[in-house]
Design a protein around this ligand. Structure first.
Ligand SMILES: [Zn+2]
Length: 406
């Protein structure tokens, strides 16, 4: 969740922006009537139509942070995207007013008086808008707020609109009064472009468009690095205000029990939430994959082939029989020396890690219960530990494959 301080930052930026737009529209209308410049009046319309979107950002940000309710289980984050959509419509309307005002001036060209007043107004507008847009974009990026970003990008574009006004009014010095009307049209074109970008960005999120490819790949990598995840079948992620939601389907070994599968899901969720910024909700679906090959490990004291007896003391055993069962039949067997037999401490844990990580064992058969340490170690590699009363490798293989072993 966004910190309270972030929301305060966004609101402050939006409220300051609103005040600046009020100020700019007043001086532009004033200067417009003194100079009779249509580009200044058009730019004044632009600033006036920007007052309401900035205000909407300030109001919307508060609503967007309301906790989910029963009727709105996904929360209200998208309010921000609605605000952005509203901003884009306000921008289009401003541009429409600018263009109709300018077209009139092409028909009846007006002499611009006191062009210096117009020039000063345009310069004040350029500087103010540049500073406030930089500020809004900075805070918007910092807090990942799409509505403030949209507002900031818009103010940035309005810098160019005012630049066009500056050039248009300057034309009066050379007696080229038509430049004023041309400037008004050029300013309107900038405004339309800003409106289009904002419209596109907000409708994409409202239509649940996917988040960028890079962000999805990042989630996929995190999933694959999480122990127990065999494969990522698909990832779907969509934006919602400052946040996004992700759903993914992963393949896990079918032999993992439900409790361990739940732990894996929780661990993967935590990994994603810790490493991906602004993720609000992660849904993980599991696809159990039955392995064709199951590898089991059994402690034995002496190598007598399939007749080797199971050794009761897991840590002290001389050998481990590593047995591969494919399609319910014995396919391979190797006898490995217990490398940690003479280890003074933690030998059970070391053996468990070695079997799980290096030998890629799926199941272990033991005679006596394990201590906590080795149990946790096996758990973290999703190795299933089975206590057995069976006495030899032959019996265990028979039990697993449900077939008689000669
Ligand atoms: Zn504007």
């Amino acid at each position: 969740m966004t910190k309270e301080s972030d929301i305060a930052k966004i609101r402050n930026a939006a409220i300051i922006g609103t005040g600046i737009n009020v100020f700019l529209s007043i001086i532009k209308f004033l200067a417009g009537s003194i100079t009779a410049s249509i580009s200044l009046i058009a730019d004044g319309i632009n600033s006036l139509s920007d007052v309401f979107p900035s205000l909407a950002v300030a109001v919307g940000i508060k609503i967007s942070e309301r906790p989910p309710t029963e009727d709105f289980p996904y929360g209200f984050h998208k309010i921000e995207n609605f605000v952005s959509l509203f901003i884009s419509l306000a921008i289009f309307y401003g541009a429409y007013e600018m263009i109709t005002a300018a077209i009139d001036r092409f028909v009846a060209i007006q002499v611009i008086e006191n062009p210096i007043v117009g020039i000063i107004t345009a310069i004040v507008s350029i500087i103010t808008l540049f500073v406030i847009s930089t500020y809004k974009i900075k805070i918007g990026k910092q807090t990942n707020s799409p509505s403030l970003l949209a507002d900031g990008e818009h103010s940035r574009v309005d810098v160019f609109a005012s630049l066009a006004v500056l050039i248009g009014v300057s034309g009066a010095f050379f007696g080229i009064y038509i430049m004023d009307a041309i400037a008004a049209i050029i300013a309107a074109i900038f405004v339309i472009r800003a409106g289009y970008e904002t419209f596109k960005a907000s409708t994409k999120v409202l239509l649940d468009a996917s988040i960028p490819y890079d962000a999805r790949e990042q989630i996929k990598e995190i999933a694959l690095e999480t122990s127990g995840v065999k494969k990522v079948q698909w990832i779907r992620a969509r934006g919602s205000g400052k946040y996004f939601f992700a759903e993914l389907k992963i393949e896990v070994d079918a032999h993992i029990d439900v409790e361990k599968a739940q732990l894996l899901v929780e661990k993967l969720k935590a990994n994603i939430k810790n490493q991906v910024e602004n993720i609000d909700n992660v849904l993980i679906l599991l696809e159990p994959k039955k392995k064709e090959l199951i590898r089991i490990a059994v402690p034995i004291e002496e190598d007598q082939g399939l007749k080797s007896p199971v050794f009761p003391r897991f840590g002290e055993t001389a050998y481990f029989a590593i047995i591969d069962i494919r399609d319910d039949a014995l396919s391979d067997m190797t006898i490995l020396e217990n490398p940690f037999r003479n280890e003074p401490k933690r030998k059970g844990i070391l053996i468990a890690e070695w079997l799980g990580d290096q030998q890629k064992v799926d199941k272990v058969f033991i005679k006596e219960p394990l201590k906590k340490g080795p149990t946790y170690a096996f758990d973290s590699y999703y190795v299933q530990v089975t206590e057995t009363k069976l006495d030899s490798l032959k019996d265990i293989i028979a039990e697993i494959s449900k077939k008689k072993v000669p």
